[in-house]
Ligand binder design. Structure first.
Ligand SMILES: Cc1cc2nc3c(=O)[nH]c(=O)nc-3n(C[C@H](O)[C@H](O)[C@H](O)COP(=O)(O)OP(=O)(O)OC[C@H]3O[C@@H](n4cnc5c(N)ncnc54)[C@H](O)[C@@H]3O)c2cc1C
Length: 493
């Protein structure tokens, strides 16, 4: 690793990797990633990527309409138009790069349906689309000699410098190093780990949002969190296994504790209503029945179909003792995706000069208050590319002179108290899970803020654990602060 780069990308998900491929060969690019390069939300994406690839039975207008309906009409229309009109070209590009999408006999993409989509437009690789796209992008990155990926490299803090940024890194858990860059693209994905139950992997602690917040970037709509309605519920705390919306897209029925279908009571679109509606319906039904036991039933499909269409889900459930070809799948909502984030324009620019953000950590307003299924891989491609193109344009215009470091990062002496991460997760789970809990919001907000302050003021060693708990506390404080203000305006707290 050198000391100076033209552009540092924090994150090796679809956003970071696809962005890295956009630069000319004379631009030196560093991609930093917390663990191994393939560990990210992107790699876990099952269902697919939504795009209007042919207009025989679909149109941009229909996809735009579905996105706005799912988002409760709270979306930024220009961002939605950009996503849906430009997205198909990016999807074609990754297909050319080798994305191995499922095909019909004539070679055309075999598209599937998910909740909120009025047409079959989800391109997918079985039920492991993200994994296949990441493998494809990583192969491409290897061919780009100007792009360096550094694994096990955690950005612990970021400082503005004249003409750029200094990023302080913790490499391989203990080594400390700083790199300087003219431009920084934050592509750090989600915040799932601020909850007890999430589909997100351990890397999703909201670091990028905390880093941007600390250098003064605007953060918006962080309380717009998507809770996926159907996540395998018979497993322990931490990362939970997603039962893709595509299972409902293929006709699976949602049942309550009495093994009865119930969605007709809440929405005429039944199981294929947008995610926020289905999650809310499950919570309301669970209160009505006083039970958290819910199930998905796909047994009416042939064993052969289920195994071929959903090999990963079939295997994952079997490992947890459920044969989905013969048994009901136990499901319950859990945290899945973040619609808000670091506020950006359509070129990924934040309110801080030289700082860009894209993908799940960013807020363009494209998803409104609820993301339409399979629109986020599309977002990662479109806004990752647009950010990189904007940075390339700036690099072409500006000289690449780099200012010297102003100061060295400081370390502390004290060990981090144990249990703060679990406390934050409990606060979030109690105060805001699918629906706000008006009795817990204010106390949760106060405590999250207090934990953040303790961490900031204490002379703690700047370990990875410290950085992650600080990120969780920052993210929890912003989320609960927003929720508190909303509920207060409604006279509920
Ligand atoms: C189980 C699951 C299924 C999904 N299914 C779908 C689907 O079918 N279709 C769809 O469109 N979307 C799906 N999504 C959502 C989608 O996968 C994500 O929103 C999207 O991939 C996010 O991409 P990203 O590049 O922005 O972030 P990520 O892919 O999450 O990448 C974040 C990267 O940032 C790095 N990072 C974080 N903090 C630091 C730090 N401090 N220092 C260095 N590096 C850091 C991480 O190591 C990681 O490499 C799914 C998500 C999950 C969890």
């Amino acid at each position: 690793m050198q000391e100076k780069y033209d552009i540092v990308i924090v994150g090796s998900g679809v956003t970071g990797l696809y962005a890295a491929l956009q630069f000319s060969s004379d631009v030196n690019v560093l991609v930093l990633t917390k663990e191994q390069k393939a560990i990210s939300n992107s790699s876990l994406a099952q269902g697919g990527v939504a795009a209007v690839l042919d207009s025989s039975d679909d149109s941009f207008d229909l996809h735009i309409y579905d996105t706005l309906v799912a988002g409760g009409q709270k979306n930024n229309l220009q961002a939605v138009q950009t996503l849906i009109r430009e997205g198909p070209e990016d999807v074609r590009k990754i297909m050319e790069m080798g994305f191995n999408y499922d095909k019909n006999e004539d070679g055309s993409p075999r598209k599937t349906l998910e909740g909120g989509h009025s047409r079959r437009r989800i391109v997918h690789h079985k039920d492991s689309t993200g994994d296949n796209i990441i493998a494809t992008l990583l192969k491409q990155v290897e061919k780009h000699k100007n792009v360096e990926i550094s694994e096990h490299s955690v950005v612990s803090s970021m400082n503005r410098e004249e003409n750029g940024f200094r990023l302080d890194l913790i490499i391989n858990k203990t080594d400390k190093k700083s790199v300087f860059t003219n431009y920084c693209l934050i592509a750090t994905g989600g915040i799932g780990r601020v909850y007890k139950y999430t589909t997100n992997p351990t890397v999703a602690t909201g670091d990028g949002i905390r880093l941007a917040y600390e250098v003064g970037a605007d953060i918006k709509n962080l309380s717009c969190i998507q809770f996926h309605p159907t996540v395998f519920s018979a497993s322990s705390e931490g990362e939970r296994f997603l039962i893709s919306e595509a299972v409902r897209g293929e006709g699976a029925q949602l049942l309550n504790c009495d093994k009865e279908r119930f969605m007709q009571k809440y929405d005429k679109r039944m199981e294929l209503a947008p995610r926020d509606v289905v999650s809310r319906s499950i919570i309301l039904e669970s209160r009505l029945k006083n039970s958290d036991n819910f199930y998905l039933d796909i047994r009416f499909k042939s064993e052969d179909f289920i195994r071929k269409r959903f090999p990963g889900i079939t295997k994952g459930c079997l490992e947890n003792g459920v044969d989905i070809t013969k048994e009901l799948i136990p499901v319950f909502p859990c945290q899945h995706y973040l619609m808000g984030g670091i506020d950006t324009n359509l070129n990924g620019e934040t309110s801080v000069k030289g700082l860009f953000a894209a993908g799940e950590c960013a807020h363009t307003g494209v998803h409104g208050c609820n993301r339409l299924a399979s629109n986020s891989l599309l977002e990662a491609l479109v806004f990752g590319r647009r950010s990189a193109q904007e940075i390339q344009k700036r690099l072409n215009q500006n000289d690449k002179s780099i200012a010297p470091y102003k100061c060295e990062p400081k370390d502390g002496n004290k060990d981090l108290p144990t249990g703060l991460d679990d406390e934050i997760r409990s606060i979030m789970q109690e105060a805001f899970f699918v629906l706000p809990n008006d009795e817990k919001i204010e106390s949760g907000f106060d405590r999250a803020k207090q934990i953040r302050q303790i961490l900031k003021d204490g002379d703690y060693k700047k370990t990875i654990e410290y950085c992650e708990v600080l990120s969780l506390a920052t993210v929890a404080t912003i989320i609960l602060g927003e929720i508190y203000e909303k509920q207060k305006a409604l006279g509920k707290v």
